[in-house]
Design a binder for this molecule. Structure first.
Ligand SMILES: NC(=O)c1ccc[n+]([C@@H]2O[C@H](COP(=O)([O-])OP(=O)(O)OC[C@H]3O[C@@H](n4cnc5c(N)ncnc54)[C@H](O)[C@@H]3O)[C@@H](O)[C@H]2O)c1
Length: 478
């Protein structure tokens, strides 16, 4: 390690604390130290001979042969979506529960696709990864298995796409970065919210300068999971909580940051000209969690780790601010915020969606002319419709009609999968690379470090290790 911080005592203490609490051998135990009043985590040296993977391209493939691992609530919808994507072959289906894997054969049979090979059990994915007729392993397991399956697949020469959050700890983030740089295989975070209609159109408007300089953005995952807690997979009869509630019980910090952070990171060209530099997190105490544990397990709980509402503030190298929120506990309308403040305009998706643009400041860039727009209030629905037509994202133009038919969160899931297949078939860089994955997922452990150290500032590591300015601006490859 370049900066081999020998703060062994801190690391050992954290490892022990983590190990006691960790349900699934995952722990916040990455080395760190104080530098002045800030926490700085260790940045491992790039092994000699290893290159960065920005703009990574893999050889074109005529057909993408895909294997699915994790077929609970989310996975089967992905199988279904892939049956609508040309140039794909579904080779294998895998779940811990044999029946869940076998059930997905019906999806294939319905559309006349060949039956897939079935794998099951705790380690079924290992044999699946050894097959020589699989190009892509698509992972939608519980959070513990994301990394284990991805690592196995990459080590066996497969591209991977991982549901969110794709990595739970800094150890997992850095290991995936190194594996991709070493193997030259893709590892994509399946952040579907980057493909929602409002987000794609707004990204296009921002890239064309409609909002001036984007100075501040917000994103969130605010979604009470009361209806879902007991629907998540349980590892045997003694598991009363299911994996998702258990993760919230055991881990503090924003565990699900990527729906909020992904789309706004693209607005700010993160690791494509700017980078997240410093983070500070603040959470409420846990009020509801212990009651949920009591309700579902019958056991008293005194140490529920995850606060009801966690807020993370991040400052970038270019002096922009990102605010990310997480709340899966309290009843309130579903909300991903998605707010953009620019020097010439403003966009907001939740809870009220609309655009406000200062016409005079934007000038000729605003092809839809409305002289009375000042930026003081949202434009009318009619004005907004004209704006969205004028600035419709090229991605939506190409995929939205079919996406609406196929469905999946209003079509965004289909667009994400279709783009992944398109880029693989054409040997193009994917829309989201392993550095996006690491940057968006690292908020959990970094946030924990801030929260558990008096809400201290924490340096966000540069996962590109010095190359965050090489690429100029975020683009979708064609
Ligand atoms: N992007 C989105 O909008 C979105 C929406 C829902 C869920 N998700 C993500 O999708 C993932 C799955 O969520 P879910 O709601 O389907 O959860 P789930 O609990 O319903 O399904 C998880 C599945 O993983 C399987 N599994 C466990 N261990 C396994 C192993 N060793 N090998 C193979 N399979 C194994 C379980 O049997 C279960 O079927 C999670 O990461 C979640 O965060 C994303």
């Amino acid at each position: 390690m370049k900066k081999c911080f020998c703060f062994l005592l801190i690391v050992m203490a954290m490892t022990l604390a983590g190990a006691q609490n960790a349900p699934y051998n995952q722990a916040y135990n990455w080395p760190w130290k104080w530098e002045g009043n800030a926490i700085v985590t260790s940045i491992p040296d790039r092994p000699s001979g290893q290159r960065h993977a920005l703009g990574l391209r893999a050889p074109k493939m005529e057909t993408v042969r895909v294997a699915f691992v994790g077929l609970g609530m989310r996975g089967p919808d992905a199988v279904e979506r892939f049956t609508h994507i040309p140039g794909t072959e579904i080779v294998a289906l895998c779940d811990y529960e044999k029946e869940r894997a076998e059930n997905c054969q019906k999806i294939l049979a319905r559309v006349g696709r060949n039956a897939a090979a079935i794998y099951y059990g705790e380690q079924g994915y290992e044999d699946l990864c050894k097959r020589d007729d699989v190009d892509l392993v698509y992972i939608a397991t519980d959070w513990h298995h994301h990394f284990l399956v991805a690592k196995c697949a990459l080590e066996n020469g497969k591209h991977v796409a991982i549901e969110v959050p794709s990595a739970m700890t800094l150890t997992e983030c850095w290991t995936l970065v190194d594996l991709v740089e070493k193997t030259r295989l893709h590892c994509m975070i399946l952040e579907n919210c980057c493909y929602d209609q409002f987000e794609l159109n707004t990204l296009n408007m921002a890239q064309q300068g409609l909002f001036g300089e984007v100075v501040r953005v917000q994103g969130a995952y605010i979604h009470t999971l009361d209806e879902y807690w007991m629907a998540y997979w349980k590892n045997g009869q003694s598991d009363k909580l299911g994996w998702r509630l258990r993760y919230n019980k055991e881990f503090r910090g924003d565990l699900y940051p990527t729906h909020g952070l992904g789309p706004v990171a693209q607005l700010l060209n993160i690791h494509r000209g700017d980078r997240m530099e410093t983070l500070v997190a603040m959470d409420t105490r846990s009020f509801r969690g212990k009651d949920l544990v009591k309700q579902y397990s019958g056991e008293d709980c005194v140490d529920f780790q995850n606060g009801d509402h966690t807020t993370t503030l991040i400052r970038t190298a270019l002096g922009k601010v990102i605010e990310i929120q997480h709340n899966v506990m309290t009843p309130q309308p579903y909300n991903r915020l998605y707010q953009l403040t620019g020097t010439k305009g403003f966009a907001n998706k939740y809870p009220i969606s609309g655009y406000a643009i200062d016409t005079k400041a934007v000038g000729e860039k605003l092809k839809v002319h409305y002289d009375d727009l000042s930026g003081h209030s949202f434009m009318s629905e009619e004005q907004r419709a004209a704006l969205e037509t004028e600035y419709e994202s090229p991605i939506l133009k190409e995929y939205y009609e079919k996406a609406k038919q196929v469905g999946g969160h209003g079509g965004m899931d289909y667009i994400m999968d279709a783009r992944l297949v398109y880029c693989l078939r054409n040997g193009l860089p994917l829309d989201m690379d392993v550095y996006d994955l690491a940057e968006w997922c690292c908020l959990a452990e970094l946030g924990y470090l801030s929260l558990s150290n008096g809400f201290a500032p924490v340096a966000v590591p540069d996962f590109t290790r010095g190359h965050w300015q090489d690429v100029k601006g975020y683009t979708h490859a064609y």
